[in-house]
Ligand binder design. Structure first.
Ligand code: VAH
Length: 374
């Protein structure tokens, strides 16, 4: 705890004296920040129990260098063993990624390459994180179609050919302005107005078709906006929430591209990756559905700002609305209804807004201190 206290003091000093008073207030409040930083040591015990008996789950994660891949790989490596989880992407990763476990080049648009990887590495689970997200997709529709539709078809065909368990994330973006919005039920009208949302509805429907037609073990969770401290989101509409935390600690000011009253469903990355693993471990015959909503919290930029100001009261947020991303957000759910996941496979979130704010501020502070120490 003391180390973290010094780290936060150090960051505050860097940001100017008025920030040190804010951070001092946090420290003197005696909040035990460390305990809110989630640990998966429980899987460590499971790993020594199960991995020693030749647990043959071999996982390939595509799009592994995006916001979620590295966090998911960490969790799966604790569960199945470091060398049984292969991270892949078309980009060269930072050097530490090579140290953390197997990393290979994989291009989902190259069916032959994908097939070779699956066969040569005896893959049994395929987690498909490659995607062009909402805002980037609206500015490059051809790329979004190529990656999110053609690439996805390759994934489906390789998974079916080799009898893999395949996970493809969907999103709140799979709903549109004509869907019920608060909350959005699992089964309802889906007429999204982004190429990202259209491609994800296509993925849900095609995955379920392959399940019923060929027996493919297809699984899909509709993710809310995901927040993570040590990885950047990749050009979506919910990215403001992550950017706000970094700005709060760096300069104390953030210009938000959404209106202050724009409520969106959000989730902390640890809940997201844990939900994904728990869902993937359910025996396929025990799942009544293939596609589920999962929900944790929902907030507006104003509500997030107010929660952070409880720790950093001098934080200033101004608004400069981006019409494209505001229009996208205005067509998305305000909250997801997720009772089916809670009933069918015991989904339960652990992070609400206060825990999110404590954890994000603590982890970003730690990250800055470590970067400055190098
Ligand atoms: C986006 N972060 O904003 C992604 C996500 C729920 C939204 O799919 O596009």
């Amino acid at each position: 705890m003391m180390l973290l206290v010094q780290m936060m003091r150090g960051t505050a000093m860097h940001a100017g004296s008025r920030w040190s008073r804010s951070v001092e207030r946090l420290i003197s409040s005696g909040r035990d920040i460390n305990s809110s930083a989630h640990h998966f040591s429980g899987f460590g015990e499971a790993c020594t129990l199960s991995c020693g008996h030749g647990d043959q789950t071999k996982v390939l994660i595509t799009g592994g260098l995006g916001q979620l891949g590295i966090g998911l790989a960490k969790l799966l490596r604790r569960r199945f063993g470091k060398n049984n989880v292969i991270l892949s992407d078309i980009r060269k990763p930072p050097s530490h990624v090579y140290d953390d476990g197997p990393f290979i080049f994989s291009d989902i648009l190259d069916f032959k390459n994908l097939r070779e990887i699956v066969v040569n590495n005896n893959i049994s689970w395929l987690i498909h994180y490659s995607a062009v997200l909402s805002a980037v997709g609206e500015n490059n529709i051809a790329l979004a179609k190529e990656v999110n539709i053609t690439g996805f078809h390759n994934i489906l065909d390789v998974a079916t050919e080799h009898g893999l368990r395949v996970f493809v994330p969907s999103t709140i973006g799979a709903f549109g302005p004509s869907s019920p919005r608060d909350p959005t039920p699992e089964l309802c009208v889906q007429r999204p107005q982004t190429i990202y949302g259209v491609s994800k509805v296509h993925a849900e429907l095609m995955g379920e078709y392959y399940h019923h037609r060929y027996g493919l073990d297809f699984r899909c969770l509709r993710y809310p906006g995901i927040l993570s401290a040590d990885s950047q989101p990749g050009g979506g509409t919910t990215d403001y929430a992550v950017q706000l935390f970094h700005a709060a600690l760096k300069t104390g000011h953030f210009e938000c591209y959404l209106r202050g009253d724009t409520q969106l469903p959000m989730m902390y990355i640890d809940d997201c990756v844990r939900a994904t693993l728990e869902f993937l471990e359910v025996p396929t015959d025990s799942l009544p559905s293939r596609t589920y909503n999962i929900n944790a919290m929902a907030f507006t930029p104003q509500e997030l700002t107010q929660e952070i100001q409880k720790v950093l009261p001098d934080l200033k947020v101004t608004y400069n609305v981006d019409p494209l991303r505001q229009a996208i957000a205005d067509g998305w759910p305000k909250a997801l209804e997720d009772s089916s996941a809670r009933r069918d496979w015991g989904w339960k979130h652990e992070y609400n807004l206060p825990e999110l704010v404590q954890t994000m501020l603590a982890l970003i502070t730690q990250g800055k201190q470590m970067a400055e120490a190098c």
